[in-house]
Design a protein around this ligand. Structure first.
Ligand SMILES: NC(=O)c1ccc[n+]([C@@H]2O[C@H](COP(=O)([O-])OP(=O)(O)OC[C@H]3O[C@@H](n4cnc5c(N)ncnc54)[C@H](OP(=O)(O)O)[C@@H]3O)[C@@H](O)[C@H]2O)c1
Length: 161
């Protein structure tokens, strides 16, 4: 099983505020949906309750410490390791956030699909720092802001060396 983190983060690593995204980037949201649509995804409970939440058509795993948590369409695990164990037969699993889950999953990640949003934002949730020397950039695709997308951004895919 390979593990990929997928996130959009500003230059100062903000990924959200008040459990929502802090930009309007429909091109990135479409890219995110197309990337994970047919893949199993793992997310934290807060991300699952965010208005920006998107269901995969494959499997949707939510991680929570609550023993009796239920949410329609989601499989529930009480730890990240339980989630990975549940999905161990899957070739590729996407971790879709948020901050707590990215941080815990980063040491196990083989890929990071990171949309770098070229701006500085105020937020309360952050993508974890990672050492770029330990990763190879296998995709880099810069997009300018336009009438639909509020900021310039770059699609990166990093592969662990
Ligand atoms: N820009 C992006 O790409 C992106 C993507 C996703 C999310 N976000 C943003 O990220 C923010 C949410 O991130 P967050 O860090 O606050 O929350 P989160 O990581 O989505 O969820 C945190 C919750 O996950 C559960 N959890 C965490 N570690 C666990 C463990 N080891 N075992 C069992 N359960 C565990 C806990 O749920 P319980 O409290 O239920 O126990 C915890 O409260 C929002 O602002 C959202 O918009 C941004």
């Amino acid at each position: 099983m390979k593990i990929a983190l997928i996130a959009a983060a500003s230059e100062n690593n903000v990924i959200g505020k008040n459990n929502k995204l802090v930009w309007d980037l429909p091109t990135d949201f479409s890219y995110y949906k197309e990337t994970v649509r047919y893949k199993p995804i793992v997310m934290g409970r807060k991300t699952a309750e965010s208005p920006d939440f998107f269901f995969s058509e494959k499997r949707n795993i939510v991680v929570t410490r609550q023993a009796d948590y239920e949410r329609k369409g989601l499989e529930v695990c009480n730890s990240l390791s339980d989630a990975f164990e549940l999905l161990k037969a899957e070739p590729l699993v996407f971790v879709t956030g948020g901050s707590q889950i990215y941080k815990q999953a980063l040491p196990f990640a083989d890929y990071i699909y990171l949309t770098r949003v070229h701006g500085y934002f105020d937020g309360d949730a952050y993508f974890p720092e990672f050492n770029e020397d330990e990763w190879k950039i296998v995709k880099e695709d810069f997009r300018t802001s336009d009438e639909h997308n509020s900021h310039d951004f770059t699609f990166f895919v990093y592969e662990k060396l």
